[in-house]
Write a protein that binds this ligand. Sequence first.
Ligand SMILES: Cc1cc2nc3c(=O)[nH]c(=O)nc-3n(C[C@H](O)[C@H](O)[C@H](O)COP(=O)(O)OP(=O)(O)OC[C@H]3O[C@@H](n4cnc5c(N)ncnc54)[C@H](O)[C@@H]3O)c2cc1C
Length: 457
Amino acid sequence: MPEAALSNLSPNLRGSVITPVSGEYEAARKVYNAMIDRRPDVIVRCANVADTRTAVNFARQEGLTVAVRGGGHNGAGLGVCDHGLVIDLSSMKGVRVDPATNTVRAEPGCTQADLNHAAHSFGLAVPVGVVSTTGIAGLTLGGGTGYLTRKYGLALDNLLEADLVLADGSFVTANAKENPDLFWAIRGGGGNFGIVTSFLFRGCPVDQVFAGPMFWEMEHAREVMQWYREISTALPEDLYGFFAFLKVYPAPPFPEELHRRTMCGIIWAYCGPLDKVEEAFRPVRKFRAPRFELTGPMPYTALQSMFDALYPPGMQWYWRGDFLGQIPDEAIDEHLKYGEQLPTLHSTMHFYPVDGAAGRVGRHETAFSYRDAKWSMVMVGVDPDPANAEKITAWTKDYWAAVHPYSLGGAYVNFMMEEGIDRIKATYRDNYDRLVEIKRKYDPDNFFRINQNIRPE
Ligand SMILES: Cc1cc2nc3c(=O)[nH]c(=O)nc-3n(C[C@H](O)[C@H](O)[C@H](O)COP(=O)(O)OP(=O)(O)OC[C@H]3O[C@@H](n4cnc5c(N)ncnc54)[C@H](O)[C@@H]3O)c2cc1C
C-alpha cells in the first residue's frame, strides 16, 4: 500500500485507518471464527456514511479488493480479506426507535443485542437470530431466522428501507418505491449490491416471552425427532421450537450428572400472551416428559442472549446447512448416527423452523427463495482448540453429505462456507438470474465480491 495514498486517506475520515504496523491491527483483523486468518493491507474503521463513501472511492481508485465487515460473525469469514481493504462498520452503532410508527432505524455495526436493547425499551423487537452478538447487517441481508420467524417472518421480511453506498460511491435509498429492484435484491442477496449504511425495520410487539430448553436422552432421540417433525409446524405460530443435538455444558444450571452428556433438545420460545402459555404448551406436555427442563418467563432480550456465553468469539467454527421440506425416517437414521458422534463440547446440529409468516411470503417477492421450506438445518463443528479444526470439519462435511440427499437442495446463504458457485445458485434457484441482472446494473465490475458472490457475467 503506497504511503502517499494512505496519507491522503486519513485526513478525510472521522474514523481510523489501521494498517499492519498499527498496534490494534491484530485485534482488528480478527473475526468471530478463529479458523479465519486473513491479513488485509488496510482496515478503514468508518464512523459514518461519509467515511464509507471515502473508503469505497479510495479502494476503487487504488484498484483494491474490498471486504465489508458488520458484526464479523460470518462463518466463512467474508467480513475480512487477504491484502486489500476492509471497510469495517462495527463502530457505527446508532439505533433510533420511533414509537409513533413502531419502526427501528439502525446502523450496520449493530449487533442483535444493540438493536433489540433499544427496541425493547419501547416494547418492541426486530426478528433476528438466536445469538445476540451476531451482526444485524450480514444476518438481515442474507435472511435472518430466529425465535420470531414463525410469528413475524425473517429479519428481511421486516426490513422497510435501506440506505446504501454503491460501488461507484453514489448514495441511494432502497424501499418498495425507490430503487425497488435493489430493495428486492438486498433482501436475501447479501452484500453483493452495495454497503448498507442504515436499516429501517418494522418493530414487532414483543416484550416478555416464555422460553427455554427441554432435553431428552439420546435413547429417545428417534421418537423426539419423529414427534418434532410433526408438531413443530403444527403448533400455533406464537410457539417456536428449534431442535438440537448437543452436549450438556458442564456448569450450572445443568445438573452435574448430565454434564458433557450428548442429548437432544428443543429450545422453545413463546411470544404470545403470557396468560395463554399453558394452553400453547398443552400439545408439548402430552409428549414424553423431558429429562431436563429450564423454561420460564423472561424479557425477549434475555432470550436473545441466552447462548452468548456458550459461544464466545475466537473458537474454531465450520458449518454446513440445507433447507428441509421434510425429515424422513431414512434421514433420521443418519441424524442419529452423526448426532451420537458430536466431536466436541460445542458442536451441534439445529433445525430452525422457517414456516409460518416466513413461509407465507412468495418465493419471488424477495431474493430469499426457500419459502416452501419448513426448516433451515445447520450442523456446526465448534471448538476452542485449533488442533481440533480438522476433526470438526470432517464431522461436519460427513454429516452434511449423509443428509443432503433428503434436503430441498440448497442452503441458507448465511449457513454456508465458501462452497462454490453451484451451491450459491442452489440457494437462489430461479431468483438467481434476476440477481445477476441487478448485479450487472448496480455493480457491473463485481467490486463487492468478498461475499457469497453473484457474478455479473
Ligand atoms: C454464533 C452465531 C449464531 C448465528 N445465529 C444465526 C441465527 O440464529 N439466524 C441467522 O439467520 N443467522 C445466524 N447466524 C449466521 C449469521 O447470519 C451470519 O454469520 C452473518 O453473516 C452475520 O452477519 P455479520 O454482520 O456479523 O457478518 P460479517 O462477517 O460482518 O459480514 C458478512 C457478510 O455480510 C456482508 N455485509 C456485512 N455488513 C454489510 C453491510 N453493511 N452492507 C452490505 N453488506 C454487508 C458482507 O458482504 C460480508 O461478506 C449466526 C452466526 C453465528 C456465528
